[in-house]
Structure formats: C-alpha cells, structure tokens
Design a protein around this ligand. Structure first.
Ligand SMILES: NC(=O)c1ccc[n+]([C@@H]2O[C@H](COP(=O)([O-])OP(=O)(O)OC[C@H]3O[C@@H](n4cnc5c(N)ncnc54)[C@H](O)[C@@H]3O)[C@@H](O)[C@H]2O)c1
Length: 320
C-alpha cells in the first residue's frame, strides 16, 4: 500500500487531502501540532502524530517511514500574524520545511513532496491579473515572502539533491471545515454572520477581487500533483502551478451569493478600506490543466451553497 504523510492534516485543506488519499487506497499518516487544527478533522482510519514540523521527532518519523508522498500543509497561515511577528512565521514556515527536506535528504526513499504555496499573495500588486506562474513576484507580507523562499529552497533541493518536489500556488480556498483566519476567511466569516443574523461587513468598496477555489477541487489538485509525471526540475517556476478558477470574484459578489445560498436578507454594511490590502488578485490556471489534467469542477454558487450548508449543520452539531 503506498504511503502518504499529510502535515497539517487536522486543518482545513489537509483534512480533505487526507480523506482523498484514503479513498484512493493510500496509508495515511497525519502530523499536526493542533495549534489551529482540530483532532476531529483527522479521518478515523489515518494514523495521527501530534508533533510539530520543527521537532526532532518529526525529522525521525520522516527519515524512518519511507513515505511515497509528503503533502506539506502544516504552517502558520495568518497573513496578519506574519506582519505582527515575522520571526515566528519564518520559524514555522521556512525552518519547518527545511526540517522536512533535510530529513528526506537523509533517507534513501524516493519521496515526492507537494508544497502548498500561495497564488493569492505571491505575485504582489505590480502585475495585472490573471497572474501567470512566471510573472515577477513582489510579495507584500512576511507570510508570502516565506512561501516564496520555500519555493526557492525546493527548486534548489531538486537541482542539487535530485529531490522530487512541486509547489501548488492556491487561490483563496473555501469550503467545509474552513477557518475564518485563512486567506479566504471571508467566506467562513460571512457564513457565521448570516447564521447569527448579523450584517455582512465589507471593507472599502467591496470590489477587491480574489480567486475563490473550492477545497474539494484543491484536494484533487494535490492528488494529481502526487501521481502525475512532472516537468523537469529547474528554475523557480518550473514545478510551480497556480490552482484557482482563473476568475476574480469581488467580496460584494461573495456576500450576495451567500445571501442567496442561505435565503437570507441580512444587510451588507461598508467599513473603511483596510490599509495594505491587495486590490486585484486572481490566477491563470492553464498550466495545471495542460500538465496535471486539473480543472476546477465546482462552481462558485455550488461551492458556497455546500459551504454554507456545512456551517449551518456545524451550528447544530450535525457535521464531522
Ligand atoms: N486557505 C487558503 O486559502 C490557502 C491559500 C493558499 C495557501 N494555503 C496554504 O495551505 C496550507 C493549509 O492551510 P489551511 O487553510 O488548511 O490552514 P489550517 O490552519 O486549517 O491548516 C494548517 C494546519 O497546520 C497545523 N500546524 C501549524 N503549525 C504547525 C507546526 N509547526 N507543526 C505541525 N502542524 C502545524 C495547524 O494545527 C493546522 O491544522 C497552509 O500551508 C497555507 O499556507 C492556504
């Protein structure tokens, strides 16, 4: 039975990745320190270790387990926290990934690493979307700088140590089990406010765009990245793939679609624009289609309806 390690598998995206690999016949090990993740998110048939990715125990587990695939999702995910404390962000995100890569280097297993980078905040504000993988990158936050640094490290490990790694640059991922603090937190926040019959707060004019991609589609992209032949190892962008819908959706559209999904008429209220907030961000996804055979399958209205339904059941205690 092939073996996969899912770091961050008690979190939002990682738990969907763990579900999918189990469904496809993999033996799944989840590593998560439960700093934001939740134990009930880990599927019952997965092995679970509550350890940090910076620890010696983690390095030992990786060295000794001969995983076929490591999907690396564990990390500090809050952009604002990275601005407040870049040292902690880098310690978890950069050093945790180096701990993983060095442990793999010390083992003789042929392991493919799928790293979860960001398409939402990697390219910065100097490009006109849709952002293509090869566009210049000028990230505006320590979180995004760490993601970019890790991508450089992975390209180095590929070229110099022949390690097999790929970076998936996600748009704003939304769906069941979503945390309000992540990049697409607005969907979770709006669901909570509708369920509590509170107004939806939109910052600025609400016309800022993001590329909202459903978590089931993202988990499938991880699966394809783990199992498909990949391009030659090479420069930074050679093995990087945007994973989004290719479309920008405004916050106002998200608010309206969620009101429709919930059949709610809670008002939308406006608050002052937040300083430093990126205005336009969405990604070009033809590389993932052509190389991995991946296309998003869940439409925004369908995905938002599923997500709202999950939050509504969660409120009554009816979801996993
Ligand atoms: N949600 C998005 O829209 C989005 C967009 C782009 C990239 N990503 C990336 O995808 C990955 C998963 O994000 P998510 O939205 O599921 O967030 P999440 O917070 O739900 O998942 C991250 C998981 O990592 C765990 N973790 C944190 N630090 C750890 C450590 N030091 N050791 C072990 N476990 C640790 C947390 O407990 C959590 O379960 C992250 O790397 C994130 O940067 C997410």
């Amino acid at each position: 039975m092939p073996k996969v390690l899912v770091t961050g598998g008690a979190g939002f995206i990682g738990s969907h990745v763990a579900d999918l690999f189990l469904a496809r016949g993999f033996e799944v090990t989840v590593v998560d320190d439960l700093s934001t993740g939740k134990r009930p998110n880990v599927p019952d048939s997965a092995r679970f270790r509550q350890i940090g990715v910076n620890s010696q125990e983690f390095a030992e587990l990786v060295r000794e387990s001969r995983f076929d695939v490591v999907t690396h999702l564990a990390g500090q995910i809050d952009v604002r926290k990275s601005v407040a404390d870049p040292v902690t962000d880098a310690a978890i995100n950069i050093l945790g990934t180096l701990n993983l890569m060095e442990a793999l280097k010390a083992s003789d297993a042929q392991t493919r690493v799928i790293f979860t980078s960001t398409g939402g905040v990697l390219y910065g504000d100097f490009n006109t979307p849709p952002n293509v993988e090869t566009f210049p990158k000028d990230p505006e936050s320590p979180y995004a700088i760490a993601k970019l640094s890790i991508e450089y490290y992975l390209a180095y490990y590929g070229r110099v140590h022949s390690q097999d790694a790929i970076a998936l640059r996600f748009g704003n991922v939304y769906g069941p089990r979503q945390d309000p603090h992540g990049e697409a937190g607005v969907v979770a926040i709006f669901c909570g406010r509708i369920l509590n019959d509170r107004p939806l707060t939109v910052f600025g004019d609400g016309l800022q765009t993001r590329d909202y991609v459903y978590v089931g589609d993202v988990a499938r992209a991880v699966w394809l990245a783990a199992t498909k032949p990949l391009p030659e190892k090479g420069r930074l962008d050679a093995r990087a793939f945007n994973i989004g819908t290719g479309k920008g959706t405004t916050v106002l559209e998200i608010a309206t679609l969620l009101q429709q999904a919930a059949r709610s008429n809670v008002p939308i209220e406006f608050a002052p624009k937040r300083p430093g907030e990126q205005q336009q961000s969405f990604v070009e996804v033809s590389k993932a289609r052509e190389t991995l055979g991946w296309v998003p399958e869940v439409s925004l209205s369908e995905g938002l309806a599923k997500t709202y339904g999950w939050f509504a059941r969660e409120m009554t205690g009816a979801s996993r």
